[in-house]
Design a binder for this molecule. Structure first.
Ligand code: NAG
Ligand code: NAG
Length: 218
């Protein structure tokens, strides 16, 4: 019985360990801290560690104020990732603040390296993600609500309200990465060939060129 119990325990431990390594988006750390040396040319999985650090490497006040939303989309993502907070290197987490003007859209995009969970600071948003089975999972969320966007899935947030909205977004990666679908396809450099996009979207070259010109970096 004791042997069976121990075997059972060992199996549970192994299963839990493999689950935790599966759900941890960034690799496990091997030391207390590895404050990113953003200036180092050393290429590793993440950033090389600085030899010295202090509290300012773990601090960022950039999420305190609303981001400017007076742009074409009416939204602004302010990231607090390893590029802004070097102390996050190897820790597997980061935050963003996203501000939305009335009517503002954070357009369909994916984070290849992280699941995202948003918490609504104020306002109301219509949010959604699309599964690999092409099912839209969407909901209206308001102040105090949270919503999850699973790792890698295309998702968006739209402020259909009359007042500004904002969320804090949490990620299980120090640098989740963002691919915005429209700009990835229509504003890449060098450009994705027109004949790839005309066939993919079943439209003519004129339509593709029009979207490309609208999305060209200004
Ligand atoms: C941390 O060190 C930097 C120089 O490396 C210095 O400019 C900064 O004032 C220090 N910050 C704190 C909180 O000690
Ligand atoms: C957005 O507003 C800021 C401050 O009000 C201003 O400096 C900036 O030029 C504006 N940007 C655009 C694209 O209108």
């Amino acid at each position: 019985m004791a042997a069976v119990g121990k075997l059972y325990l060992a199996v549970v431990v192994v299963v839990l360990a493999s689950i935790s390594s599966l759900v941890s988006a960034d690799p496990e750390m091997l030391q207390d801290v590895c404050v990113a040396d953003l200036a180092s040319g050393v290429k590793v999985n993440g950033f090389a560690c600085k030899p010295t650090f202090n509290a300012s490497d773990f601090f960022f006040d950039g999420l305190a104020k609303p981001g400017l939303t007076n742009n074409t989309l009416g939204s602004k993502v302010t990231a607090a990732n390893v590029e802004k907070v070097p102390g996050l290197n190897t820790l597997g987490v980061s935050l963003s603040r996203i501000d939305y003007a009335p009517g503002g859209l954070n357009p369909p995009h994916t984070h290849p390296r992280a699941t995202e969970m948003v918490y609504v600071l104020f306002g109301e948003l219509d949010v959604g993600f699309i599964t690999t089975a092409n099912v839209l999972v969407s909901k209206s969320i308001k102040m105090g609500d949270t919503f999850v966007f699973p790792r890698g899935l295309v998702h968006f947030q739209k402020n259909n309200g009359m007042v500004p909205a904002a969320v804090i977004a949490a990620f299980n990666s120090q640098l989740p990465g963002t691919q915005s679908i429209a700009t990835t396809l229509f504003a890449a450099s060098p450009p994705v060939p027109d004949n790839v996009l005309t066939k993919a979207f079943q439209v003519g070259t004129k339509e593709v060129e029009k979207i490309k010109s609208r999305l060209a970096p200004k």
